[in-house]
Design a protein around this ligand. Structure first.
Ligand code: GLP
Length: 445
């Protein structure tokens, strides 16, 4: 199973579009199984546009609808028949003889299903395009149904009727039965493409991908198919155990909180009390949720009001969810710092981090450069210790100097600001310079 996480639903549609277009270009007579619902709408829009503007050709393609409600007479516009025609079929050059949809007006649904089974026998699908229900259903294969099911009439679950009531105006109007291709029919496709967007799908995606195959989550049966592509946005992927790969912007990969590691020991090294919370607070806070995070600060013995500043720094760290330790140096001079090296080495070997986070290499500050050196030296002695770096007002990343950055939500930034306000000496910091560094990335965007 191939799993890709995109940042937004738009990018999910873009990625799905690439897959469908590649399929049609490789084999113009491809047989596609089509899903209804809001998730594939972006994909269908792109296909229509590509047909209009780039001559994407559907003349030989065979398009088959996955499912259909039963008993819709008064609500034809809520039928999948209407949906497929309206969103895709009437807007591309597909030949009507190559379109196979369940008839929503059928008086003999069983016969309609038999008809569809024969069609499938003659047209083995090349690509099944699927969405997923909140309860893990695919097409209308609801939880509890057999995982080797074939085309048949099914009861629509209460949960799915509730979810789909938005297309009907009321729950009462949502049909209780439907016709659907079975799980077996879907797995019969050479390739399966599953799309999921939005946090409400996170639980279903997690059950489908991470848990064992079970009738409780029909989509989990896709694990048995050896060519399944799952495309999710960051929200739908948020409960999975797979680390999502982020999109790339100007050569820099943009990762989000879901890409962060779990279960690691992370140590931030800094030369100022406020650096970790101010400059890397969102990263430290996010990491602290699933990892053990400690921030180690080089402290100068003659620091003004040291005890006040230390207690402020500790409370800041507590708010953000990590621990703060201090290495008190006798003096600020380089010579004395070198004398402290032993202390740092000992502390680091006790903390035994999997990741050390140090000020970046552009810092103009000698203490920054010194703690960076200590971190790098430790990482080279320990197998598999990663080194990350953060930006401060004394060391801005130069454009293109890094290959991955983390992006955080406003909630993170707000709690960081609250934590930072606890430090009374912040009026001395050059916040304007930090703001400028953000602008560098905005320009890249
Ligand atoms: C319906 C369809 C499914 C679809 C699901 C999710 O129940 N039968 O094929 O995947 O809805 O729809 P949406 O993408 O709107 O969340």
């Amino acid at each position: 199973m191939e799993f890709s996480v995109c940042r937004t639903p738009i990018q999910v549609s873009d990625a799905a579009f690439e897959i469908v277009v590649a399929q049609l270009r490789k084999k113009p007579s491809s047989v596609l199984l089509l899903s209804s619902g809001s998730t594939p709408l972006g994909l269908y829009k792109r296909l229509v546009a590509a047909h209009r503007d780039q001559d994407l050709d559907f003349s030989k393609a065979v398009l088959i609808g996955l499912d259909e409600y039963l008993g819709l007479d008064a609500h034809y516009e809520s039928s999948f028949h209407y949906f497929f025609n309206h969103e895709l079929l009437s807007r591309v050059n597909v030949s009507r003889k190559n379109v196979f949809l369940f008839n929503p007006h059928t008086t003999d649904p069983k016969k309609e299903c038999e008809k569809m089974a024969v069609i499938l026998r003659h047209h083995r699908p090349d690509l099944a395009i699927l969405g997923i229900g909140r309860n893990g259903h695919i097409a209308f294969n609801e939880p509890g149904g057999a995982l080797n099911s074939k085309c048949r009439v099914v009861d629509v679950s209460h949960a799915t009727r509730l979810d789909n009531a938005r297309f009907f105006g009321s729950l009462d109007a949502v049909p209780r039965q439907a016709m659907t291709l079975g799980i077996f029919d879907i797995l019969y496709a050479h390739r399966v493409l599953l799309m999921a967007t939005g946090a409400e799908k996170a639980h279903a995606v997690h059950a489908a991908l991470d848990e064992s195959v079970s009738v409780n989550c029909p989509a989990s049966a896709l694990q048995r198919h050896d060519d399944t592509v799952v495309l999710c946005d960051a929200w739908a992927a948020s409960k999975t155990r797979y680390p999502p790969a982020g999109p790339v912007l100007g050569g820099i990969e943009i990762a989000n909180v879901f890409s962060l590691p779990r279960g690691k020991r992370v140590v931030f090294l800094s030369s100022r009390l406020s650096d970790v919370s101010l400059s890397a607070g969102a990263l430290a806070q996010s990491l602290a949720r699933k990892n053990t995070v400690v921030s180690v600060v080089a402290e100068h013995a003659q620091s003004f009001e040291r005890s006040v500043i230390e207690s402020q720094a500790k409370s800041q760290a507590r708010m953000l969810g990590f621990k703060c330790l201090f290495v008190r140096s006798k003096a600020a001079s380089k010579k004395d710092l070198l004398g402290d090296e032993k202390k740092w080495r000992y502390l680091l070997s006790t903390l035994s981090p999997d990741i050390v986070v140090v000020p970046n290499r552009f810092s103009t500050d000698s203490t920054d450069r010194w703690v960076r050196k200590v971190g790098l030296a430790y990482a080279t002695t320990k197998k598999r210790c990663a080194v990350w770096s953060f930006e401060t007002d004394r060391g801005l990343f130069e454009a293109k100097a890094c290959d991955l950055v983390f992006e955080f939500g406003t909630d993170m930034l707000l709690s960081k600001i609250v934590a930072v306000r606890r430090l009374s000496h912040l009026r001395h910091l050059r916040l304007d310079v930090s703001a400028k560094s953000l602008a560098v990335f905005r320009k890249l965007a």
